[in-house]
Design a protein around this ligand. Structure first.
Ligand code: 0RA
Length: 675
């Protein structure tokens, strides 16, 4: 017992040593070394140690319960965010076995909780969620938690084991009687590991909702003790409900079309394929794709299989039924993507993940599986639903006509468009260094701010692209109109990445793309317009973490000759407090507007509010917003593609009411643009 309490206080290295000396076997030491590796390099196991990594802990635990549900043994999963900062996950599955492990001899529960990669070793399920992206297993969560405990209901008993930083605090013990079965896990993320310890319930909800859409048989409940939130996610309609949810706020042209089957390969393999899609009145394409419940944000073979089958089947249907009058128009894949919202979910035995973020499916056989099922089932659907077939073809014809008309007009106006030419836009003030990773480009609203930025920058590695006038709202514009827009063409050419099929992120001319706009409502609107553009047309740049938002200060404070900048109200008040303390006496505070009246002859603190970037001179802009030594910039990231897509539609789409409601509900969120 004495030793157990001691262990609690000791760092892992010494625990390993103590065990060594205390005569534990080699297995124990190996286990401790494994967990120590997780604690030494947590990012290698959970991606990072920021808010994202913190939330990854929850996903890791939930995924195990999802696996138990997919195996057919659990139906209800409850996630609780507790007031003490911990999180618990409960399921009604079989319960992790507690008896002796056949090889290791100690309790199987302890093996699962404390051994790296022990997760699915003793039972192979076909499409384990936890075998996917990070899939590091619950032992990593345990290693990164200052405390964790597990309660198992099984064989009429309740068993419990406690852990600290991955080390068991005693054996598995029986603590009561149970009528049901299940697994309960509660963990306290380690403040020594994580930069932030605060779980964000919206962030957790995004993933849980997604899991509920993908697994219609599961009921997921999210409770937040801190604010009383208590939501249940259960969607018996599965992907149909998902597509409906994503397109909320748009006008759907039809009911979602559901195609689902299991593809049987020649080698006896089985690939379940679920696809659901519909067309809406927008011009954008939204395709959400999943492999074994993992969001494949870079797409892959399942997505290309769907796209090629869609184009081929719809074209064949149009020809067969003589729906395209005359043969002037050739419908292309692009025409069938306008206004398309689709959700694709496949289960693959041994998924190969590729790409920048390892979220692109590479398995070739999955492409033919999806293509074959979509071909067969969509052909059958169209035969049975001719009015819907006609609607889709008519919409594609409109898209094709717009595409052809735009191309003609472009060709007439200038033989070579700026997009195709390699000449950089005239208003771009480029930097002199030519290694992209070391360079950054500021996309700046307005000519006057652009002027200040050009003078204030470090021209060796900072480029400035000033934008004139309002940025086009791409959420409401057809592709050709987007490509004709002068400002958007400038962004394309300045970044050098090419468009559509030619898009190539390796051609990006800068390591960072920084959006710089005023800190007011108009600036926020422009940022949103730009982000909408990047989201729809340069998605990989967001995924690769290349897009940033500059953070200009809101206030300048002056006391005598000393100047300070504050980036929010709290910081302003903190600076005022500090000056008061330092100068002893009470200090009168006068606002910037009163400075002129006071004529500078005052002992007070002068506070001026920056209304816009243009109000700062080049030196101030450099000091506060552009200097890499002192500035803060926000990196734009997308956690949930579905939520982001809905967000942009709400902010930039046709319907006014949902936008007003959203902005009122999320005033803070919109201001920060933390999508
Ligand atoms: C393997 C075997 C058995 C249960 C589980 C894993 C299991 C793991 C987790 C993780 C979270 N919840 C879970 N529920 C179950 C049981 C095998 C048997 O009873 O025969």
């Amino acid at each position: 017992m004495a030793q157990e309490t001691e262990l609690l206080e000791m760092p892992l290295e010494s625990v390993a040593q103590a065990n060594d000396n205390g005569g534990y076997n080699e297995d124990t030491i190996k286990v401790l070394e494994g967990l120590e590796a997780v604690r030494k390099r947590p990012a290698m196991y959970i991606g990072d140690i920021s808010e994202r990594g913190l939330h990854h802990l929850i996903n890791e635990v939930v995924d195990n319960s999802i696996d138990e549900a997919l195996a057919g043994y659990a139906r209800n999963i409850t996630i609780s965010l507790h007031a003490d900062g911990s999180c618990s996950v409960q399921d009604d599955g079989r319960g992790i076995p507690v008896g002796p492990h056949p090889v290791k001899k100690i309790s199987t529960l302890e093996v699962v909780m404390c051994t790296l990669h022990a997760g699915g070793k003793f039972e192979k399920s076909a499409y384990k969620v936890s075998g996917g992206l990070h899939g590091v297993g619950v032992s990593c969560v345990n290693a990164l938690s200052v405390n964790m405990h597990t309660e198992i209901r099984r064989d009429g008993k309740v068993y419990r084991q406690d852990y600290s930083r991955g080390v068991p605090q005693g054996n598995v013990r029986e603590i009561g009687e149970a009528k049901s079965t299940g697994t309960f896990q509660r963990f306290y993320p380690d403040p020594e590991i994580f930069k932030t310890l605060e779980f964000k319930s919206d962030r957790v909800a995004d993933r849980l909702r997604e899991l509920a859409f993908l697994n219609p048989q599961i009921v997921i409940r999210l409770r937040d003790e801190r604010d009383g939130r208590d939501d249940v996610y259960h969607y018996p309609g599965g992907l149909v409900d998902f597509v409906t949810y994503v397109d909320e706020g748009k006008i759907a042209l039809m009911k979602p079309i559901m195609l689902a089957s299991v593809f049987k390969g020649d080698d006896g393999s089985e690939t379940p394929v679920d696809v659901c899609f519909q067309y809406n009145n927008s011009y954008n394409e939204t395709v959400l794709s999943y492999v074994n419940n993992i969001n494949t944000i870079e797409g892959g073979t399942h997505v290309s299989g769907f796209r090629s089958a869609l184009t081929r089947t719809l074209n064949a249907y149009a020809t067969k039924n003589n729906l395209v009058k005359g043969d002037k128009i050739q419908l292309t894949g692009e025409d069938f993507r306008e206004g398309l919202t689709a959700a694709i979910s496949v289960k693959v035995g041994e998924p190969q993940f590729e790409g920048q973020t390892k979220t692109k499916l590479g398995n070739g056989e999955t492409e033919s599986a999806v293509r074959s099922i979509v071909n067969d089932q969509l052909t059958a659907f169209l035969e049975q639903n001719p009015p819907i077939g006609k609607k889709i073809i008519d919409k594609a014809i409109l898209a094709a006509e717009a595409r052809i008309a735009a191309r003609k007009s472009r060709e007439m106006v200038r033989r070579k468009s700026a997009l195709e030419s390699s000449a950089l836009p005239g208003k771009l003030a480029d930097c002199s260094i030519s290694t992209p990773e070391d360079c950054e480009i500021f996309i700046v609203e307005g000519d006057s701010a652009g002027g200040s930025a050009k003078q204030g920058r470090d021209r060796r590695f900072q480029a400035i692209l000033p934008l004139r006038g309002k940025v086009l709202n791409v959420q409401k514009a057809r592709l050709p109109k987007v490509l004709e827009n002068e400002e958007i063409r400038c962004i394309f050419t300045a970044l050098g990445v090419g468009f559509g099929e030619d898009f190539d992120i390796t051609k990006l001319r800068y390591g960072k793309v920084i959006l710089m706009a005023d800190a007011d409502v108009d600036g926020s609107h422009i940022r949103t317009l730009l982000l909408t553009f990047f989201f729809n047309y340069m998605h990989p740049l967001i995924e690769a973490g290349k897009i940033y938002i500059a953070q200009p200060p809101l206030y300048k404070l002056k006391k005598g000759k000393k100047e300070f900048y504050a980036y929010n109200d709290a910081e302003r008040d903190e600076i005022i407090g500090r000056i008061k303390k330092e100068s002893g006496a009470n200090v009168e505070i006068i606002s910037g507007e009163e400075v002129a009246a006071a004529n500078g002859n005052t002992s007070g603190i002068l506070i001026s509010r920056f209304k816009g970037l243009g109000e700062m001179n080049p030196e101030q802009l450099w000091q506060t917003t552009m200097n890499t030594e002192t500035r803060t910039i926000l990196q734009v990231s997308i956690e949930s593609a579905a939520t982001a897509s809905k967000l942009f539609e709400t902010l930039m789409g046709d319907q006014v009411e949902p936008r007003r409601e959203f902005i009122e509900r999320n005033a803070q969120y919109v201001k920060n643009l933390d999508i």
